[in-house]
Design a protein around this ligand. Structure first.
Ligand code: GLV
Ligand code: MN
Ligand code: MN
Ligand code: MN
Length: 405
């Protein structure tokens, strides 16, 4: 199957040979190389590749216009991410085009294979930035000014990669042309591994978001400063992490603090500033609000106790996404024709996707490919070759069905 060749060509791009993980950050070299891989592979298939005003890529089979069917995912990664999160949906989409051609399908409506920019927010902090811009869910001004860890803005990074940052903005016409968007993705848990099914269908995406917490203290000497004289921001930060964990347990939610910056970050200096990011997710928005409010309050109390300043600001929020039942049932029925059992698993997820952003504007659905480790955002993320092939065939079946509507 052509998937194997596509996958082998993309596999070395941005891979750390020591960890086996990927470092593909939007507009940096490995991302540019991955985008070039996509452009070459799509062009070789006779698809017409265009970048939209937000730097998302669209490879068209047929003339772009109303009634289009689109499928795709992203190529950027989290730091030391897995091989499959994102790229599987892109490579599978190109392989599905080959499969459809092999079946003699000539689409009576346009088909696009898409690559959305900065899905992970791994470089500029806001996830699904490319799709959020196109959907008009973030202002071009805010997007242009988002900075990476070295202070480079999205605008400058985009410009250096050859895209005009002044063109950024909502693309209602492009979204209105889409009749349907389907994203295939590696499963980021192990629900399918306990079944006979290599492919499942998404039911919902939990509401989730990111909040920045800044604890402002006073730098001083680690050896000479009396404990009672300190304003150490590390202490309320520690309280906040533990509060996040216990609130998540109490509410059956998820709360994670995985990124923190400490200034000046010296072993023998009490810090002057700790900035950290809370990632929180829950099955419904009321629960999510309760978890975030609880962390905010616990952190504020602890900051007060330690004479430390505290501010919490929301950086991104994705509401609950319930994929339309009609479309998802239709996908499940199509996938079921080739499945070991026609009752294809229909699963919710706590992971965010461009499909979740587009779902508010375009009829949208997702397919998941089984992940035997259940691990994601890590080099241990995996999908077996046979399951990837099953994913390509399922996607081709679904696209064929949707194209014929
Ligand atoms: C992206 O994959 C996310 O859910 O954080
Ligand atoms: Mn991801
Ligand atoms: Mn992803
Ligand atoms: Mn994601």
């Amino acid at each position: 199957m052509s998937f194997d060749r596509l996958w082998a060509d993309l596999a070395p791009v941005g891979r750390d040979d020591d960890s086996g993980g990927y470092h593909r950050y939007t507009w940096a070299d490995a991302d540019t190389e991955a985008r070039a891989w996509f452009t070459d592979a799509a062009t070789a298939r006779g698809l017409d590749v265009r970048a939209d005003r937000n730097g998302n890529l669209w490879a068209w089979w047929g003339t772009p216009g109303p009634g289009a069917v689109a499928t795709g995912s992203h190529l950027d990664s989290v730091p030391d991410g897995g091989a499959f999160d994102g790229p599987l949906g892109v490579a599978a989409a190109l392989a599905a085009v080959d499969e459809l051609r092999g079946r003699g399908v000539t689409p009576v409506r346009p088909l696009a294979v898409t690559v959305f920019a900065e899905e992970e927010g791994g470089r500029f902090g806001v996830p699904c930035l490319g799709s959020r811009l196109s959907a008009g869910e973030i202002s071009p001004e805010r997007a242009r000014g988002l900075t990476d860890a070295s202070g480079v803005t999205w605008g400058r990074a985009m410009e250096a990669a050859g895209h005009d940052p002044l063109a950024l903005g909502a693309d209602p016409g492009a979204l209105a042309d889409l009749d349907v968007f389907v994203e295939l993705h590696v499963e980021q848990g192990r629900a399918l591994e306990d079944t006979a099914h290599p492919v499942g269908v998404a039911s919902a995406i939990w509401p989730h978001g990111r909040w920045r917490m800044d604890f402002t203290g006073r730098a001083d000497h680690a050896g000479t400063t009396r404990l009672e004289d300190r304003n150490d921001p590390m202490l309320p930060f520690a309280h906040a992490i533990l509060a996040a964990r216990s609130l998540a347990e109490r509410h059956d939610a998820r709360a994670t603090v995985a990124r923190a910056l400490v200034s000046p970050n010296g072993t023998n200096a009490i810090p002057s500033l700790v900035s950290a990011w809370l990632d929180a997710r829950a099955a419904d928005s009321g629960t999510l609000d309760a978890v975030v409010a609880g962390v905010r309050e616990a952190a504020a109390d602890a900051a007060r106790d330690h004479g430390v300043g505290y501010a919490m600001t929301g950086e991104s929020l994705t509401p609950l996404v319930g994929f339309a039942h009609g479309l998802r049932d239709r996908l499940a029925a199509v996938v079921g024709t080739r499945a070991p059992d026609p009752r294809v698993p229909v699963l919710p997820t706590g992971a965010g996707h461009d499909a979740g952003v587009l779902a508010a504007h375009v009829p949208t659905a997702m397919l998941y490919v089984r992940n035997p480790t259940g691990v994601s955002h890590s080099p241990r993320e995996h999908a077996r070759p046979d399951d990837c092939h099953a994913g390509v065939l399922a996607l081709a079946d679904v696209l064929q069905d949707l194209l014929a509507r």
